[in-house]
Design a protein around this ligand. Structure first.
Ligand code: ATP
Ligand code: MG
Ligand code: FE
Length: 363
């Protein structure tokens, strides 16, 4: 099957074409990524220090046609040869979602193709099956600009959220921390870069929720602690900024190890038949090499397998949406056509909630 994926939930306009074949029950489909076009709007938002929803929506509208055309032509294919169109229908910024979903509806209607509304988080959750052929079940740590969750991935459309943040998402904490110590947007990569030269032991920052039973997260107190530490040494020199960033990252790394470690232990206890439990990390924060190394170390200690998809597939992209669509297609999880066309995009959409009624029972 050939699936076109379209993603516009935040500040990347993206489209991709993925080819794939079904495999056995829990095994991942065999896939080949034929194209993956991502247009980042970072420059449009940088002057404002963050994503401006109205600017994002307009930029998506302006870019979508060209990005979709580029994805089709890079793949050496045309819309008429596509078997299905997968599009992000939520969660995310509503203006961008409307731009993408409406465009996908028009394409699907005009070319008479099935349309699959995809939960953006499902795209992140299933990426490791595309990149590593990973079989179900596995544990996912999703750390992005809008989400911080530990998810048990049991099958296509079968997810259980084991833990989540009770306040800020981790990417958001990176971005806010960057802002309050004067680093430019986007904060995450700039904090990481500054931290290379820093001393992570200089500032004693909290490790929020460490030791609590449920693998939840909390990052807003950490951000406040960074602000207080910054105020205590203001005005900030280059060395202070580096040390603050390194200390922040050290606190995050410890926190992730504790929280994820708990979830890993629980997964292993609940799934004795899974020989090598696997942890997958996804979302934009997974681009952080220092945090990835911390998770890798944790998994080595616990004799777990650790998977981090390539950076270009950790941040938002159309390939992961095409892949989620392909998986749904192959699993027979085909949504009712009328329900899809009647569906409005959802700015909030928990991963464990299904959006539209399905044709038949699927699987
Ligand atoms: P969501 O997927 O929850 O809707 P999103 O689409 O904004 O949110 P992504 O595009 O997956 O999230 O990731 C963007 C986030 O990742 C930003 O908060 C950014 O600061 C963070 N990020 C990117 N690179 C790094 C890095 N090297 N270190 C830490 N954080 C990073
Ligand atoms: Mg993004
Ligand atoms: Fe994302």
């Amino acid at each position: 099957s050939l699936v076109l994926g379209i993603e516009t939930s935040c500040d990347e306009t993206a489209a991709a074409v993925l080819a794939g074949l079904a495999s056995d029950r829990n095994a991942a489909p065999t896939t080949r990524l034929l194209s993956n076009v991502v247009l980042s709007q970072i420059e449009e938002h940088a002057a404002f220090g963050g994503v401006v929803p109205e600017i994002a929506a307009r930029a998506h509208v302006a870019a979508l046609d060209g990005i979709i055309e580029a994805a089709l032509s890079d793949a050496g294919t045309a819309l008429c040869d596509i078997d299905a169109i997968a599009v992000t229908a939520g969660p995310g910024l509503i203006g961008g979602l409307m731009a993408g979903f409406t465009t996908a509806k028009a394409l699907a209607f005009g070319a008479d193709k099935p349309l699959l509304p995809i939960n953006h988080l499902e795209g992140h959750a299933l990426t490791a099956r595309m990149t590593h052929g990973l079989a179900f079940p596995y544990l996912l740590l999703l750390v992005s600009g809008g989400h911080t969750q530990i998810v048990l991935v049991r099958g296509v459309g079968d997810y259980a959220r084991l833990g989540t943040t009770i306040d800020d998402a981790l990417g958001e904490a990176f971005d806010k921390t960057a802002k309050l110590i004067g680093l430019p947007y986007p904060g995450g990569p700039n904090v990481e870069k500054a931290a290379f030269a820093g001393d992570g032991t200089r500032f004693a920052l909290p490790r929020p929720l460490r030791g609590t039973a449920r693998p939840d997260f909390s990052f807003s107190g950490l951000k406040t602690a960074v602000r207080q530490a910054a105020e205590s040494v203001a005005p900030l020199g280059e060395k202070d900024v580096a040390d603050l960033c390194a200390s922040f990252q050290a606190a995050v790394r410890d926190t992730l190890a504790d929280r994820v470690g708990r979830a890993l232990d629980r997964f292993a206890a609940d799934h004795p038949s899974v020989a090598t439990p696997t942890l997958v990390v996804a979302g934009g924060v997974a681009a952080n090499a220092y945090l990835r190394d911390g998770l890798e170390t944790l998994c080595r200690e616990k004799e777990w397998r650790f998977i981090a998809p390539p950076l270009s597939l950790c941040t938002d992209n159309g390939a992961m949406i095409a892949h989620a669509g392909l998986e749904r297609l192959l699993a027979g999880l085909i949504p009712d056509v009328r329900a899809v066309f009647a569906m409005a995009p959802r700015s909030r959409w928990p991963l464990d909630e299904s959006a539209t009624p399905l044709v038949g029972s699927g699987k």
